[in-house]
Design a binder for this molecule. Structure first.
Ligand code: AMP
Ligand code: GLY
Length: 426
């Protein structure tokens, strides 16, 4: 088969790396890809959200299966466009992608179908939102309705902070139309976990559990990032907890969507807070998580392309259960100087070969370019690498991964030193 992966981050490198191992894959493309991805796929210079350009390419190159990484194209309806043109594509339709593209849609669906989540109220008037905050007090969580590149959530500890979040989203419009409406939510506490399932809307198979680390500094301090690392499995997600999440979150959501006339096909990602009262949904994403995917896919033993094809054709129940490597996997993100603020780029990366020579280590590239003449990689993004290692336990995987990280350097590189440590406290 001829397969196209859309996107350019560590998640897409992990997807392309896994897909390239499938016996069903004869030729792999990635649009636009990055330096590291070009080792496993032919990278083509089409932006991840250029829906018509991507479709034109898929038709011209007789692509048999397209796999979408990031959310923007899904929210714009790339799956609907491809299917109209008779092209097979893995991901949810535009109507289903609202689950991520509109938090109001997602919260209202959860409320209607009794999916456990934080209590909430929707506002389209900033003054009303601020009055509500002053009356109800803090902590509270202010969320922009639309897509805000993972930055549209403020967990406010003071009334001033919450009001400022409302002002910046609704009045200063820092996220444009995405902040026209906001949600003010009850603040939950507990361990977080990411549960990703593949579903064809009739059947849902959970992937291995994972947990990411959103804050930039050790001990979960500093600003939010796209994710500084992840580990899988998440020990807090016991079999009983997973069953509860499948029953009360995943099945109710997929069934609820069906009742609304929306058949969800693709990956559904539930960000969960494990509260003393049980699992509660923090958010849904309609795609693979990044960096979670980099910690999950190295453990997957079932053929990913078979899973995706079965999902596209509504035959997911034929797959049975997914098979996993029992070892744990840890992914540590190496980021550019300055990230998550304005960051440096074009720095030469050294030590990649030494790191990858270690048993069980794979280095996924999130923001690199390959300098043709020398074969060296240069940094080109905020998150540069996802260094991924396996071990019999999380503790061993942490050791292997940080050993690999120690081989790698580029000017300004920083990474968290405590990825996975949270799992050891349980
Ligand atoms: P989201 O993008 O909705 O996952 O939110 C980003 C992060 O904000 C989550 O990973 C949580 O750490 C935090 N968060 C979101 N919603 C809540 C909530 N209701 N209570 C406490 N923390 C939250
Ligand atoms: N790791 C969080 C996300 O993919 O949105």
């Amino acid at each position: 088969m001829r397969i196209l992966v859309i996107g350019s981050g560590g998640r897409e490198h992990a997807l392309a790396w896994k897909i390239a191992q499938s016996k069903l894959c004869d030729k792999l493309f990635c649009a636009p890809g990055n330096g590291g991805i070009s080792r496993v796929a032919e990278c083509v210079g089409i932006a991840h959200d250029d829906v018509s350009g991507l479709l034109e390419f898929a038709v011209k190159e007789r692509i048999d299966l397209t796999v979408v990484g990031p959310e923007q194209a899904l929210a714009a309806g790339i799956v609907d466009e491809f299917e109209r043109a008779g092209k097979k594509i893995f991901g949810p339709h535009k109507s289903a992608a609202q689950l991520e593209a509109s938090k109001v849609f997602s919260k209202e669906l959860m409320a209607k179908y009794n999916v456990p989540t934080a209590g909430f109220k929707v506002f389209d008037d900033p003054e009303e939102a601020k009055r509500y905050i002053r009356k109800n007090g803090v902590p509270c969580v202010v969320k922009a309705d639309g897509l805000a590149a993972g930055k549209g959530v403020v967990v406010a500890q003071t009334v001033a902070e919450a009001e400022e979040a409302v002002a910046s989203m609704m009045q200063k419009k820092v996220f444009g139309d995405a902040g026209k409406r906001v949600i003010i939510e009850e603040c939950l506490s507990g361990q977080e976990a990411s549960i990703l399932v593949v579903t064809d809307s009739r059947h849902a198979l959970p992937l291995a559990s994972a947990q990411d680390h959103k804050r930039v500094f050790d001990g979960d301090r500093g600003g939010n990032t796209g994710g500084m690392g992840a580990y899988s499995p998440a020990p807090a997600v016991t079999e009983a907890v997973l069953k509860e999440i499948m029953d009360t979150v995943v099945c109710r959501t997929i069934r609820g969507l069906s009742e609304e006339g929306i058949a969800y096909r693709g990956v559904l990602y539930a960000g969960i807070m494990l509260t003393p009262q049980g699992p509660r949904v923090l958010e849904f994403n309609v795609r693979f998580g990044d960096p979670e995917t980099q910690a999950i896919l190295p453990r997957l033993k079932t053929d990913l392309v078979e899973i995706m094809l079965a999902t596209c054709s509504g035959r997911l129940s034929d797959i049975g259960t997914l098979k996993w490597d029992s070892r744990a996997c840890v992914c540590v993100v190496c980021a550019s100087g300055g990230y998550p603020g304005p960051y440096t780029r074009d720095k030469e990366i050294t030590g990649l070969d030494d790191a990858e020579a270690l048993e069980g280590v794979v280095v996924f590239h999130a923001g690199t370019v390959l300098r043709g003449e020398t074969g060296h990689y240069l940094t080109s993004g905020g998150r540069v690498l996802g260094v991924t290692g396996m071990g019999a336990t999380i503790k061993e995987a942490i050791k292997e991964t940080y050993n690999a990280v120690s081989k790698i350097s580029f000017e300004g590189m920083h990474c968290r030193k405590d990825i996975g440590r949270r799992a050891l406290d349980l």
